[in-house]
Design a protein around this ligand. Structure first.
Ligand SMILES: Nc1ncnc2c1ncn2[C@@H]1O[C@H](COP(=O)(O)OP(=O)(O)OP(=O)(O)O)[C@@H](O)[C@H]1O
Length: 307
């Protein structure tokens, strides 16, 4: 089920006689339980798009539907949004985590008792209960980030917007936050993730949309995009020496021994023939050349530049 449907979004800024077409015909869709990584170089139009989705900037053209309704017209649709857009700004340093959750819950229209009950449940779930009465400013950055996410979820929004959720966190805190995001998605939360940390995007996203100069230049399932940009080269490592007969057979199949590895470019069927030719030598490793999201991103961005 589509939680977010954005269609044909346009936004042009005019300031001091200069016109910037920040967003140009952007379509985005996010389903329940799906993490969409929304990626692009600096100034590509991500923040402007997210602000249009969040009801903060009115699009010149196009439409946004969150859980079927327009956040620019319908306060109910606005309540279907939760956002951690700029670091920890949605928490108050001088309040405790529980007070933050209660305060923002009431601000979002919840009765105080409901906000408190949900706040306690979120602290439990995010393993922050032991800090519920400490001042937020005394929490570690990782804990503050978890609290910021908890606060954005207090009113049980249909769509969660996360901007750079792991930026500046140490390895362990980043892993905890990533795990939390995975669990939220597994429980059905729809999430739009904006980040320049492409490894994080690769690990967390089901789908990727890449924007450049206001236009979407690629939009696909993460796995599909990675497969599309992966080569068809295999590397095989075996134990023991290759005799002359075997070397000859490998050459016939188009496989090349190279620095202790065998390199083969071809189809999966061809690979089986190569493996067959190596029998009965023990195989230590067979690996396909796989693109990562950084390579995909750079290729797409450059392709567009040269187009
Ligand atoms: N209020 C504004 N007035 C004029 N131009 C703006 C305004 N907001 C954004 N822009 C311009 O619109 C374009 C897109 O900006 P946007 O902030 O959406 O990019 P971004 O992809 O979020 O970039 P970053 O990754 O650097 O945050 C940029 O050229 C930016 O300078």
């Amino acid at each position: 089920m589509a939680v977010l449907v954005a269609e044909g979004l346009d936004k042009t800024f005019r300031s001091r006689g200069k016109t910037t077409r920040a967003v140009d015909g952007v379509h985005l869709r996010v389903d329940r339980g799906e993490v969409l990584a929304f990626l692009g170089p600096n100034g590509a139009g991500k923040t402007t798009t997210i602000k249009m989705i969040a009801g903060l900037i009115r699009p010149d053209a196009g439409s946004v539907r969150v859980a079927g309704r327009d956040p620019h017209r319908d306060p109910w649709a606005l309540r279907q949004l939760g956002a951690v857009l700029e670091g920890n700004r949605n928490v108050y340093w001088r309040l405790t985590p529980l007070e933050n959750l209660e305060y923002f819950g009431v601000l979002k229209g919840l009765p105080a008792a409901v906000a408190r009950r949900r706040g306690k449940a979120l602290l439990e779930r995010f393993e922050l209960t032991h800090k519920q009465n400490a001042l937020t400013q005394q929490l570690s950055r990782g804990m503050q980030q978890k609290l910021a996410i908890a606060v954005s979820l207090i009113h049980e929004p249909a769509l969660l917007l996360l901007d750079e959720p792991t930026l500046g966190l140490d390895v362990e805190a980043a892993e905890t936050v990533k795990q939390l995001i995975r669990e939220l998605a597994d429980d059905g939360q729809a999430i739009v993730l904006t980040t320049h940390q492409l490894d994080v995007a690769q690990q967390l996203s089901h789908r990727v949309a890449i924007i450049r100069e206001g236009r979407i230049v690629a939009e696909d399932r993460t796995a599909t995009l990675l497969a599309r940009f992966s080569g068809d080269q295999y590397e095989i490592e075996v134990e023991g020496e290759l005799d002359e007969a075997r070397r000859g057979r490998l050459a016939e199949l188009g496989a090349q021994p190279l620095n202790g590895r065998i390199v083969f470019v071809g189809s999966p069927e061809g690979l089986w023939a190569v493996l067959e030719a190596l029998r009965p030598l023990p195989i230590l490793r067979v690996e396909k050349d796989r693109a990562d999201l950084t390579e995909v991103f750079l290729k797409l961005i450059r392709e567009e530049t040269h187009a």
